[in-house]
Design a protein around this ligand. Structure first.
Ligand SMILES: *[C@@H]1O[C@H](CO)[C@@H](O)[C@H](O)[C@H]1NC(C)=O
Ligand SMILES: *[C@@H]1O[C@H](CO)[C@@H](O)[C@H](O)[C@H]1NC(C)=O
Length: 427
């Protein structure tokens, strides 16, 4: 009896499990929260707006700070971010201007990595000073418009800014040349609140190779030198995101091998869809997913369609490809607005992000949780993991790295060779 009773319970359990499994598969897909999957364009946009109220839309890259230097020499007194810049010269006349506060609000942008970019031409010259000036500019911009923007340097601070109705404003340094090959500069930038470093821009640094420079790539290293690997490990220790956009494939592979924390591409799309070297090949995307990282899909027409014309659907194609290859957990957005002069139809400026999410919904294969992940949950997960690795290394007592480059950056002949001075004064 006892045995038969136990068998009976077992059989009923199996039947119940089978039924619930079957219902789960053929029944309606449960929507996240209260929102049902909409059928009209208007409803889709409503759903997206609700999603972006609940989760901050965090964009990986915006070049407005560089335009402020270019157009008004960092004079914020001459910059009205709260006006419609489409009506104000020189912004109104520039194909490179797609950002102002009003349009950021329309686009429901909840978090933005502002790029502290300085051109490769300053490498070995005043790159470090120019970078500090861009970091200072971003901080002054946030302060001037503190009703709309709030400085953020952690996953928690992004959520706090979003909860207070302000745009969480983070700083990313775009290009390893900004370090002057100095880990002291890297640490100082972290202390100033910089939360990602793109390992290269369009130039090689003495320690990392760029996608813009013709490289021999035999698939087995050579992207990062020993010092380059020390930069990556020091970024792990600090808790700074490692950004691989603009880097050569060999650099991507080396960084993926060395890093203890997930990595990001702050503004790159899928190489399989458009074979620009600025995009990410499938084998790297797979490694990125294995490491828990994130590719923030970018909007520049020449990276979306490999040509001057593209549309919001074409951007969605990149997202579909990446999702099919590695899943939805490793996708974000990095529009590169204000750093590009050709934008897709339907994604003309920062006010248009909701159109992209509505387009994903239209495919019928995306639910609300998927949208939330791409909007911001994935970036928040990556940043939290980077913070966790930092905390673990701190607990383990890992000390600041004292690696240095044996040959200093003096090829521009504008830097003092400090070693030679010490030798003179010692005599
Ligand atoms: C590949 O290139 C790297 C860096 O240039 C070099 O160290 C390595 O020996 C090369 N490997 C092969 C198999 O050629
Ligand atoms: C991209 O594809 C075009 C056409 O097949 C080819 O000419 C070009 O060399 C490719 N570029 C890269 C970076 O693979």
């Amino acid at each position: 009896m006892k045995g038969a009773g136990r068998n009976g319970v077992w059989i009923v359990t199996v039947i119940l499990l089978t039924i619930s499994n079957w219902v789960g598969r053929v029944g309606p897909r449960p929507a996240d929260g209260e929102i049902a999957i909409p059928t009209s364009t208007r409803e889709r946009l409503q759903t997206v707006r609700q999603v972006l109220t609940e989760v901050p839309l965090i964009d990986g890259h915006n070049d407005l700070p560089w335009n402020i230097r270019n157009f008004v020499h960092n004079q914020l007194g001459e910059f009205d971010f709260d006006k419609d810049l489409r009506q104000i010269a020189p912004w109104s006349k520039s194909a490179w201007s797609q950002t102002d506060l009003h349009r950021l609000r329309q686009g429901m942008v909840g978090g933005q990595f502002w790029a502290a970019y300085v051109p490769c031409e300053s490498q070995y010259l005043n790159a470090v000073q120019l970078t500090l000036e861009q970091v200072d500019l971003i901080k002054r911009l946030i302060e001037k418009y503190s009703q709309h923007m709030q400085f953020a340097a952690s996953s928690r601070e992004i959520l706090e800014a979003h909860a207070s109705g302000r745009i969480a404003s983070l700083i990313g340094v775009e290009g390893g040349h900004s370090l002057g090959s100095s880990l002291a500069v890297l640490r100082t930038l972290y202390q100033l609140g910089v939360r990602y470093l793109t390992l290269t821009h369009t130039c090689n640094t003495p320690w990392a190779k760029s996608s813009s420079v013709e490289q021999e790539d035999n698939g087995s290293g050579g992207g990062l030198t020993g010092f380059g690997k020390a930069v990556v490990r020091e970024m792990n220790r600090l808790g700074m995101l490692i950004d691989l956009s603009h880097t050569a494939r060999a650099t991507m592979r080396d960084a993926l091998r060395v890093s203890k924390a997930p990595l990001i591409f702050s503004h790159s799309s899928a190489f399989a869809i458009c074979n620009s070297t600025r995009n990410v090949p499938d084998d790297i995307l797979k490694q990125l997913a294995a490491n828990g990282g994130l590719v923030m899909v970018t909007f520049y027409n020449f990276f979306v369609k490999c040509g001057p014309d593209a549309s919001v659907n074409d951007v969605a194609e990149h997202i579909y490809h990446i999702r099919n290859l590695i899943g939805v957990d490793y996708i974000g957005v990095g529009g590169d607005f204000d750093g590009i002069n050709k934008t897709p139809r339907g994604l003309e400026d920062v006010s248009r992000y909701p159109e992209l999410f509505a387009e994903l919904l239209r495919s019928g294969k995306w639910d609300v949780l998927d949208l939330k992940k791409v909007a911001g949950l994935n970036l928040l997960r990556v940043l939290r993991q980077v913070e966790r690795v930092r905390d673990e290394m701190r607990t383990a007592g890992v000390k600041p790295s004292e690696e240095f480059l044996a040959s200093p950056d003096t090829t521009g002949n504008c830097a003092l060779d400090i070693n030679s001075v010490q030798r003179v004064t010692e005599v």
